[in-house]
Design a protein around this ligand. Structure first.
Ligand code: PGA
Length: 252
């Protein structure tokens, strides 16, 4: 049985006190949602530690939104995977489209970041997805395939067993425009097929999350699709009530 995951990507939002309050509210309301849902919150680096404390004793996991490509050293402003892991983080988001787009992250960088994540026991949430031009040109399958082949195909079977994939069409992120449940299913099934070509039966166990304007009103329909195993949530993860309501997209 594949894991069901609802992960919150807080991006560059919340001050520490706000983040702690948000995390505590998620913990407080968690019981209303099926215990089958694995919740993950991904705050900014600055309050990872406080959020980890705030969720202690609950089943809410914590992830970082990025990590450095290098292990340590003279890389001003970077945060190493070992530092994140030392705080008690379990996950790290890698290859988010905002990182690819605004910070020039390429498959080459992402291979290094993945290696750092695994070397430090962090489970990557690896993001893939096409932009609007690529979708309109019918290239979305090829784009996503390349993002997977160039990075995920370099993993060992053992590493792959710890991986979460998030499919996030760039045109749906923060735009209020969501992929239809059918569009999500179509490409999730395709991603699983690509993964199966390399990792065989293990592909059936890899959680593939949908991301891009996922909200309480559309989560249930999208999550009902066979190859959609949950969501990576941006804007709607900033309100505990909405984040939890998205989790309720999986029937209790
Ligand atoms: P959104 O962001 O839910 O605000 O569209 C999703 C994401 O970028 O992970």
């Amino acid at each position: 049985m594949r894991k069901k995951i609802v992960a919150g990507n807080w991006k560059m939002n919340t001050l520490p006190a706000e983040g702690v309050e948000l995390a505590k509210n998620v913990v407080a309301g968690r019981g209303e949602v099926c215990s089958c849902v694995n919740f993950i919150v991904c705050p900014p680096f600055t309050h990872l530690s406080q959020v980890i404390d705030a969720v202690k004793g609950s089943d809410i996991a914590v992830g970082a939104q990025n990590c450095a490509a290098e292990a340590k050293g003279a890389y001003t402003g970077e945060v190493a995977a070992s530092m994140i892991a030392a705080l008690g983080c379990e996950y790290v988001i890698l290859g988010h489209s905002e990182r690819r787009q605004y910070y020039g992250e390429t498959s080459e960088t992402l291979n290094k970041k993945m290696a750092q994540a695994y070397a430090n026991g962090l489970k990557p949430i690896y993001c893939v997805g096409e932009n609007l031009d690529e979708r309109e040109a019918g290239k979305h399958f090829d784009v996503v395939k390349a993002q997977i082949e160039e990075v995920v195909f370099n993993l060992t079977a053992e590493q792959f067993s710890q991986l979460v994939i998030a499919y996030e069409p760039v045109w749906a992120i923060g735009t209020g425009k969501t992929a239809t449940a059918e569009q999500a299913q179509e490409i999730h099934a395709y991603i699983r097929k690509v993964l199966a070509g390399k990792f065989g039966a293990a592909a059936a166990e890899c959680p593939i999350l949908y991301g891009g304007s996922c909200k309480p009103s559309n989560a249930a329909e999208i999550f009902a699709k066979e190859d959609v195993d949950g969501g990576l949530i941006g804007g709607a993860a900033l309100k505990a009530e909405d984040f939890l309501a998205i989790g309720k997209g999986f029937a209790k």
